[in-house]
Write a protein that binds this ligand. Structure first.
Ligand SMILES: *Cc1c(COP(=O)(O)O)cnc(C)c1O
Length: 228
């Protein structure tokens, strides 16, 4: 199946108001260009250097989303152009994003990443940490960032009920935080959840942004696939 065909089938499946972010990590620039030529404009990457390299080689009307773990010393690589950072997990990181965005006279949209999955390898804030961060956060002290919502990765499991519970929990947290910290603030409205294998569940549970890689680009190339 071609990239264009994969995109066409996904778009037919996804409501217009939901953003489809093509996760292009490890993919060669040619694959991103094929997706671009098929009309895709939102791309997600999880490494700062790779994102900066690809951004320089592709058209300027792409909206770039950063979805991976971000070290504070790498923020400057993506600050000149990144649209949304999905993986904010500390006030310290938020401060650095604000500082770098300010240098470039830009506004960078961010999402707070929650850790709700079973696997300890996954990153993000616990619900308690997230609440504590929002309590301390003063928007006027961070004029160059804007918190647009929450992000999570569900557990990697075949247990669809568990996945559904995690997505539903993110939605519940989102509603609580909106009431407590963002009343009448319309930009706090995004739930970034759902990947290739679980996006239908995420849609049912209220996702506004899907991050989909494999179902668009097929599996990233690995050495085991190269015939010897
Ligand atoms: C790789 C990745 C995705 C996409 O995963 P697929 O299973 O390839 O769709 C989504 N979100 C994050 C944070 C990722 O690292």
């Amino acid at each position: 199946m071609s990239i264009a065909e994969n995109l066409r089938r996904l778009r037919a499946d996804i409501p217009d108001k939901v953003s489809l972010i093509a996760v292009s990590k490890y993919q060669p620039v040619e694959s991103l260009r094929q997706a671009y030529d098929a009309g895709q404009r939102l791309f997600g990457e999880n490494r700062a250097r790779e994102l900066a390299l690809k951004q320089g080689q592709l058209p300027p009307d792409i909206e770039w989303h950063f979805i991976g773990t971000l070290q504070t010393n790498k923020v400057k690589l993506i600050a000149p152009f990144v649209h949304t950072i999905h993986s904010i997990d500390s006030l310290n990181l938020l401060r650095e994003v604000d500082r770098q965005a300010c240098k470039h006279k830009r506004l960078i949209r961010v999402l707070l990443q929650l850790h709700l999955a079973q696997e300890s390898t996954k990153h993000g804030l616990t619900p308690e940490e997230c609440q504590a961060l929002l309590r301390i956060f003063r928007a006027e002290e961070y004029p160059s960032v804007r918190i647009d919502g929450l992000m999570c990765m569900a557990s990697f499991t075949d247990d669809t009920e568990r996945i559904r519970q995690e997505f539903r929990f993110l939605r519940t947290l989102f509603n609580t935080f909106r009431t407590d910290f963002f009343p009448d603030i319309p930009h706090f409205r995004h739930l970034s959840m759902g990947m290739s294998h679980d996006y239908p569940i995420a849609l049912e549970e209220g996702a506004t942004m899907l991050r989909i890689g494999t179902a668009i680009f097929a599996a990233p190339h690995s050495s085991s696939e190269i015939p010897l």
